[in-house]
Write a protein that binds this ligand. Structure first.
Ligand code: ZN
Length: 226
């Protein structure tokens, strides 16, 4: 599904466009450019692309380790692969900047969104109140049952308990809700967070879900500046 704006576009992939990393399909191009992909490691660090020559031929696909990419250059297509983790896109309409973030629960409790906001502020003088945020598809609390390690880490946050729910036997985690709270705490306007593409990967058969399918198939989310 393509979301177009005057100066940027986002492609939210589904199972239909999914593939198994590290082999990127030849046909996968936007404006003639192949998205740049990372070796995602559930960390809180990533890359700033500050060279307009960056296309897939100057980038070692699935080799550079990290979980976000930032650029201010047009036609540098930033890709994130997911199957239950949350893709988060940040767009600064004043500074003409974009970021694509891989936020699973580990990256989320490592505050990856705050690291990206710090980087945008330090390197580009970007202001959180100017940012628009888009959440791609991810695991949702309807299906995302979690264990003690996650519960312990999440409840270290002031808002942590509000992102957990329980039935008789299981606890469920609201991964997008957790990131939403963290972004708002960091100064993002609540009305600037678009969750309309944030369908549940586990109960939606059109999406890749590691939890459901236990395979290496991943969908991607791509963003680029025009
Ligand atoms: Zn669900």
């Amino acid at each position: 599904m393509l979301y177009n704006n005057s100066f940027f576009s986002i492609f939210f992939g589904t199972k239909e466009q999914s593939f198994v990393p590290p082999v990127v399909p030849e046909s996968l191009k936007f404006n003639g450019r192949t998205p740049l992909f990372l070796k995602q490691i559930h960390s809180n660090h990533g890359f700033i692309i500050n060279d307009d020559k960056y296309d897939a031929s100057h980038w070692q696909q699935f080799k550079n380790q990290g979980d976000y990419i930032i650029t201010s250059y047009p036609n540098v297509v930033l890709g994130i692969m997911t199957a239950d983790c949350l893709p988060i896109i940040l767009v600064d309409s004043k500074k003409k900047l974009i970021a694509n973030i891989h936020a699973g629960w580990r990256g989320s409790v490592l505050k990856i969104t705050k690291h990206v906001l710090n980087s945008l502020s330090t390197e580009f003088n970007s202001n959180p109140t100017d940012l628009e945020v888009f959440f791609g598809p991810s695991a949702q609390p309807c299906c995302y049952s979690v264990g003690p390690e996650l519960i312990q880490k999440v409840t270290e946050f002031s808002f942590g308990h509000s992102t957990l729910s329980s039935d008789n036997s299981q606890t469920f985690f609201n991964l997008p809700g957790f990131n939403r709270q963290m972004l708002i705490e960091a100064g993002i306007r609540p009305t600037s967070i678009n969750t309309s593409f944030n369908t549940c990967t586990i109960c939606n058969p059109d999406m890749c879900s590691y939890r459901r399918d236990k395979n290496k198939e991943r969908q991607f989310t791509a963003v680029w500046l025009h």
